[in-house]
Ligand binder design. Structure first.
Ligand SMILES: Cc1cc2nc3c(=O)[nH]c(=O)nc-3n(C[C@H](O)[C@H](O)[C@H](O)COP(=O)(O)OP(=O)(O)OC[C@H]3O[C@@H](n4cnc5c(N)ncnc54)[C@H](O)[C@@H]3O)c2cc1C
Length: 395
């Protein structure tokens, strides 16, 4: 059985089938929609250039060929790993021999935003459609809270639609906690060069609607930002509440080993997985598309082979983001305190590649609109190359 009918869960189901599992395969998903892809929600779908059909994860024909017991709109409420049972919130219970946990993550919210129809988050198709209907009703002033990748993409999409956009970020330099200060400043410039007002180093302390049609956001420095609509993009929390009391270890995701096993018959994949990196001994959780896809495939395969024959998860992390016409790509695990060397192009032109160095090794690669050059460094990350060797290998 698979719980979570999105990217990681569907990849796991496909992998179970392609590895020869011909038994009953239930896939339980809380959302009522057929599985769809999330990245376009903040990009083409939000801008209205792609429709629902375009973001389907698989065609209905391909889904049908998998022979799944696809239970959409069904919420797993509780796991009994001893009895091998998943209880659904509607009272149904499903037995399993092997279980894939792929419940992803849910957006964090800010206190005071509960019940306000003009303050949105963006995780699901329903969230994106609700935002689109606010746009259709003529929203012009958008405030985005959080200048991470999702917030930046929402800002970029809203600018592309001609809206006035303000981005509020608690850090002094956006994304500096991920990419370091130097590259965070490049991301800040990108907002400003595209006509977005970027307010940094302040928090949001309230959402106010003093009278009908008058909406504003109160900042920690006392400023008030008028808004028609707001999106809060301040990160996500792994969806693990249904596993409380199950005996599985849950802390910032579901703990699993380097082969994705949380128990002998339970594997974990995607945004919800907190796995042990066997090479470094670190616990890792990643919230990106490629990780969810690759872990889903491996989780299905490992569940079938059993833990003694299972392969470790050792993929090089990768993600991309599309903002203001720039394709931002990150390979590896750059850290905020790493040394950064620009090896191609120029940051001013927003077309460049930067290599990150930590303890003499290549730790990550950041590219703006330079996909070929970024991907050419993959082998260096796989082999954990010395930084001087990586520099010499850069083409
Ligand atoms: C707007 C947006 C844009 C993105 N853009 C990019 C991008 O450009 N590049 C990139 O690398 N990544 C991007 N991502 C991240 C990427 O989409 C995620 O990493 C990926 O979707 C994770 O897949 P997942 O299957 O692990 O989890 P999810 O996609 O979160 O799916 C988990 C599913 O499980 C369901 N579920 C949760 N709890 C239960 C329960 N108790 N019972 C039943 N079902 C349950 C949820 O409803 C959900 O459908 C983006 C994400 C968003 C939201």
């Amino acid at each position: 059985m698979v719980v979570g009918a999105s990217l990681a869960g569907m990849r796991a189901a496909e992998s179970l089938r392609s590895e020869g599992f011909a038994g009953e395969l239930a896939v339980v998903g809380a959302e009522g929609h057929l599985p769809y892809d999330r990245p376009p929600l903040s990009k083409q779908f939000l801008q209205g250039t792609w429709d629902r059909a375009r973001i389907a994860l698989r065609s209905e024909e391909r889904l049908g060929a998998l022979g799944l017991d696809l239970r959409l709109g069904a919420v797993a409420a509780d796991l009994d790993p001893v009895g091998h049972l998943v209880h659904l919130s509607d009272g149904d219970e499903l037995a399993y021999d092997g279980l894939v946990v792929a419940t992803g993550a849910a957006p964090r919210t800010l206190p005071g935003s509960e019940g306000l129809t003009w303050v949105h988050v963006l995780r699901t198709l329903d969230d994106a459609e609700s935002l689109r209907s606010a746009f259709a009703q003529g929203a012009q002033r958008m405030v985005v809270v959080g200048a991470g990748f999702i917030g930046s993409e929402v800002a970029s999409s809203c600018r592309a639609m001609g809206m006035d956009v303000t981005v509020v970020e608690a850090l002094e330099v956006p994304l500096s906690g991920v990419l370091g200060e130097q590259m965070g400043r490049v991301c800040a410039d990108l907002h400003q060069e595209n006509g977005v007002e970027l307010v940094t180093g302040v928090g949001v302390v309230g959402f106010e609607e003093p009278e009908v049609g008058s909406r504003r956001i109160r900042l920690s420095d006392g400023r008030l930002l008028p808004a028609d609509v707001a999106v809060v993009g301040i990160g996500v929390t792994p969806a693990t509440s249904w596993l409380e009391g199950s005996g599985l270890e849950v802390a910032n995701g579901v703990h699993c080993d380097g082969r994705l096993f949380a128990a002998p018959d339970v594997v974990v994949a995607g945004d919800v997985a907190n796995w042990l990196d066997e090479a470094t001994g670190d616990r890792v959780r990643i919230e990106h598309w490629t990780n969810a896809a690759e872990q889903g495939v491996l989780a299905g395969r490992n569940l079938l082979s059993g833990s003694s024959d299972a392969a470790p998860y050792d993929a090089v992390p990768y993600f991309w983001s599309d903002v203001y016409g720039s394709k931002i790509q990150v390979l590896g695990r750059p850290g905020p305190d790493d040394q950064v060397v620009v090896v191609h192009g120029s940051t001013g032109e927003k077309r460049f590649v930067a290599l990150y160095e930590r303890r003499g090794r290549l730790s990550g690669v950041l590219g703006f609109s330079s996909p070929r050059q970024v991907m050419s460094m993959r082998a260096q990350l796989v082999s954990q190359a010395r930084f001087d060797e990586a520099l010499a290998a850069f083409t």
